[in-house]
Design a protein around this ligand. Structure first.
Ligand SMILES: *[C@@H]1O[C@H](CO)[C@@H](O)[C@H](O)[C@H]1NC(C)=O
Ligand SMILES: *[C@@H]1O[C@H](CO)[C@@H](O)[C@H](O)[C@H]1NC(C)=O
Ligand SMILES: *[C@@H]1O[C@H](CO)[C@@H](O)[C@H](O)[C@H]1NC(C)=O
Length: 657
């Protein structure tokens, strides 16, 4: 366990399908070993948690999901505006599913009425409608205001939306406050060491194409997987029993969360000697998740797991000794158990050790050691470690105070909260062909700051055009509304590091799609994508330098960008070769007929594009443009060469530097 000497790279465990990349840099320059005067770790720092995990509906009340599932309002006589809101949401979901703008209006009237009488969930939904311009005029100020009311009255999704808004506007003191609360809620539903396996949002497109593989994966396999496992479990396979227990406990693989069913299978597996079930049962009894706490039973199961050589269970034992649950409180023993768990590669024990050193439980308080343990736990993707790390940056403990970093880290953890389950619902809707509903749900997540949802929603808007059943201010979206919405979503995704989005923004400005043509802004967006190592963006920048569009006319720089594009992506070989050829012509025959030809091609480009549109793809871009231009040039040269052997063919490799 050694901290890397220079740049420390944190990256949240990536799920292979979502390809979510989060990279944050913390360097030793950010370390600080003294405690700020206004921080008292005894009172300002969480102890080890001992609250029982709550269900999603309790943590995130009034979510659309709980309304549609019939879990909200839980008591029909509770409040008339709760029922009004619920009816509004049900109507809204069915309006987008059946693409019926008139019943959309109807639903929004219900929601608005409930919002006017102060219902926070209705206010949150109304904010969303104003923020996207669905059935209401696009009014960001009203969206902000209603989110604000809703958040003050406890609506969690509005808190997410507000936190994201503040984060974007670099008002980190405000975003940190909200995100830290949300992150705390998100991790409070975890057991001692077992995090609920959050499903990262799936990216439904890769580049401009649908991500067929990811969709196929999410489609059939899940249920099949469940059925096979269930069959094996019924035949007495202990490993399968454990997996079924997990599916029920967390509500995975298309089954609804059912704690009683989960405990039934885990007990069965545990009795058959399945050690992971023993550890999980121990943690469940210790936290009282879905059953009455029983520390005696917790101790029994954890001890049994260890006897079966399942040493990560030492972590749970350590917890019992820190708290003095079922045993006599003994910090020395607790630390020994955590250390044993770490030796056996249980990374959750790492940040537990970190917290012991922060709090000074049974040891001398040691900020450096605490930082080391917590940081190391975070590099293997422990969300609780991210949470503590964020808090250290927020309070200036172990690190220099850094609210921007704290906000980014809390955001990561907050996005694991139960509100994120919307993405599963959105994906299921998309797979079932309910594109309008998928768009609605992704848009809601987009508002809460989920980058994958932002790009999914934008992609649906681009891809499905009029068929996206996107609801505009009056009825379906107009073309202008759709472009505007997609543009704003791509923009947000791009801000959050989505290189494809940055490229699309550039293209939008370059071709004037959904916005006015603006070469300078296009260049800016391409530069952003370039900083994310996007070969296409490099190429486009080269092209813009070559033609002096939005960037100074500079043939040397143009060549440098073309070369970079080739280094980054070998597949760019052909367009780069052609572009270098065109550059060579420009340098060698300035003001000649050839250059005129190359330059006049963009004017006839629309005609070529019409052809390319039909034949090759639906949208043109700078690559295609250049490809066509240069192909024609080369063909022309070949032709000339045949007629007049004196003209040299282009020698791209000899372009003078
Ligand atoms: C807890 O478990 C122990 C051992 O299995 C049992 O004897 C005891 O009655 C249980 N306590 C409660 C309150 O259920
Ligand atoms: C706590 O545990 C340590 C190490 O196992 C042991 O030496 C010590 O006596 C225990 N303390 C008490 C008060 O039981
Ligand atoms: C532009 O065209 C190239 C070549 O066909 C393609 O690979 C790329 O994905 C396109 N980019 C966009 C943004 O349409």
């Amino acid at each position: 366990m050694r901290l890397l000497p220079h740049l420390l790279l944190l990256s949240l465990l990536l799920s292979s399908i979502s390809a979510r990349h989060v990279v944050l840099y913390l360097s030793p320059d950010d370390f600080k070993d003294t405690l700020p005067a206004d921080v008292d770790l005894d009172t300002d720092w969480e102890d080890f948690p001992d609250s029982a995990p709550e269900t999603d509906h309790e943590v995130d009340p009034g979510s659309w999901r709980s309304v549609v599932d019939g879990d909200f309002p839980s008591d029909p006589s509770s409040s008339p505006d709760d029922s009004l809101y619920a009816s509004g949401v049900n109507k809204m979901i069915s309006a987008v599913s059946s693409a019926d703008p008139r019943s959309m209006d109807d639903s929004v009237s219900d929601i608005e009425a409930a919002a006017q009488s102060g219902n926070p969930h209705a206010q949150s939904t109304l904010a969303f409608l104003y923020g996207t311009g669905s059935a209401r005029d696009l009014t960001p100020a009203k969206a902000f205001l209603y989110h604000h009311f809703a958040a003050d009255n406890g609506n969690m999704q509005s808190k997410m939306a507000l936190a994201y808004t503040y984060h974007r506007q670099e008002m980190y003191d405000k975003s940190v406050k909200l995100y830290s609360e949300l992150a705390g809620v998100a991790i409070s539903s975890a057991l001692i060491s077992k995090e609920s396996p959050v499903l990262e949002p799936v990216r439904i497109h890769s580049g401009v194409e649908e991500n067929k593989e990811a969709l196929r994966k999410s489609r059939g396999e899940e249920e099949e997987d469940f059925q096979i496992t269930e069959y094996q479990a019924q035949r007495g396979n202990a490993g399968a029993m454990y997996r079924i227990g997990i599916y029920y406990y967390y509500g995975l693989r298309g089954v609804r969360r059912d704690e009683a069913e989960a405990l039934y299978w885990l007990h069965k597996a545990g009795e058959k000697g399945e050690p992971r079930s023993m550890e999980l049962l121990g943690e469940i009894y210790a936290m009282g998740a879905g059953l009455q706490k029983n520390y005696t039973k917790a101790l029994e199961w954890l001890t049994l797991a260890i006897r079966h050589q399942h040493f990560s269970a030492y972590n749970g034992l350590g917890y019992l000794y820190v708290k003095g649950y079922g045993v006599e409180k003994n910090y020395t023993k607790a630390r020994e158990f955590f250390e044993k768990a770490v030796e056996n590669e249980e990374t959750a024990a790492l940040y537990n050790l970190g917290v012991m050193y922060l709090k000074g439980y049974g040891v001398k308080r040691d900020i450096k050691l605490a930082r080391k343990f917590i940081f190391t736990a975070s590099t293997v993707g422990q969300p609780k470690a991210f949470y503590h790390l964020a808090k250290m940056c927020q309070k200036g403990v172990g690190f220099k105070e850094n609210l921007q970093m704290a906000s980014a880290l809390f955001k990561l953890v907050a996005e694991r909260g139960p509100w994120g389950s919307l993405s599963k619902w959105a994906l299921d809707s998309y797979i079932k062909g309910e594109v309008g509903k998928a768009l609605l749900l992704y848009s809601r997540l987009a508002e809460m700051g989920y980058e994958v949802a932002q790009s999914n929603a934008a992609w649906i808007l681009d891809k499905y055009g009029e068929h996206s059943t996107c609801m505009g201010e009056l009825g379906f979206c107009t073309d202008a509304e759709r472009h505007q919405r997609a543009h704003s979503l791509w923009w947000q995704a791009s801000e959050q590091g989505n290189e494809h989005a940055a490229l699309l923004i550039g293209d939008a400005y370059y071709y004037g799609r959904g916005t006015d043509k603006d070469y300078e802004r296009a260049a800016e967006a391409y530069l952003h994508a370039h900083s994310q190592s996007n070969a296409q963006a490099m190429f486009n920048l080269g092209y813009m330098h070559e033609h002096g569009q939005g960037l100074p006319l500079d043939l040397h720089l143009a060549k440098r960008y073309y070369d970079q594009a080739l280094e980054t992506d070998p597949a760019a070989k052909l367009p780069v070769t052609l572009a270098l050829g065109s550059l060579w012509i420009r340098k060698s025959y300035p003001n000649s007929f050839l250059v005129e030809l190359i330059d006049s091609l963009p004017q006839i480009y629309p005609k070529v594009v019409a052809w390319v549109d039909e034949v090759i793809m639906d949208e043109g871009n700078a690559t295609i443009l250049t490809l066509v231009v240069c192909l024609l040039t080369v063909l022309y040269l070949r032709d000339r060469q045949r007629r007049n052997a004196a003209v040299l063919p282009p020698q791209p490799n000899e372009v003078p530097n």
